[in-house]
Design a protein around this ligand. Structure first.
Ligand SMILES: [Zn+2]
Ligand SMILES: [Zn+2]
Length: 177
């Protein structure tokens, strides 16, 4: 979904937009989008630089890194993003002195800002390093794959540290001697 910049009437305008889930799919399927994302933001225009400040709310489905089960992950984040015209930066080339402010700026082209891209960026920033369905997720049994959140298995009791096996053999020999 594009925000048309050519129709901005004032220097500061408020927008509410809903971005369909289909427009927000993650490229590497790091998440699944469950609901349309709600955007609420102000656009401040300063010559050809636009500043978008506001909030994005959405709901994602992530896979737990321990038990691999999908779980819902609500996102509610705020953003403050500057947009520079892409053509101008390219045209100025090496002449263009990149200010510190420009480094984290985004670009718009043909008088439009891609709101889907803005939301995808916010989603990626919100993703946890290590997704967990719950803080206390017990994960899967390394041997039989049982989800320990749902049931237990006999593996844990039977499991022995293989590094201790030679010691056990020695002990058994001694006991049976
Ligand atoms: Zn889990
Ligand atoms: Zn098991």
């Amino acid at each position: 979904m594009l925000l048309d910049l050519s129709h901005l009437r004032r220097a500061d305008e408020h927008f509410e937009r809903e971005i369909p889930a289909a427009d927000l799919a993650g490229e590497d399927a790091a998440y699944r989008v469950l609901l349309p994302a709600r955007l609420s933001f102000d656009v401040q225009k300063d010559k050809n630089v636009f500043r978008l400040t506001g909030t994005v709310a959405g709901e994602l489905e992530l896979a737990c890194s321990r038990c691999l089960e999908p779980y819902r992950f609500p996102v509610a984040s705020t953003f403050d993003q500057r947009y520079l015209p892409q053509t101008e930066v390219a045209a100025e080339g090496a002449e263009h002195e990149v200010g510190a402010d420009d480094l984290d700026a985004s670009f718009y082209k043909e008088d439009a800002i891609d709101l889907g891209e803005l939301v995808r960026e916010q989603f990626y920033l919100a993703l946890p390093m290590k997704p967990l369905c719950t803080d206390g997720c017990k994960g899967l049994c390394a041997q039989c794959g049982t989800n320990h959140n749902l049931s237990s298995c006999a593996c844990t009791a039977a499991w022995e540290d293989p590094r201790l096996a030679p010691l056990k053999t020695l002990r058994d020999r001694r006991d049976h001697a």
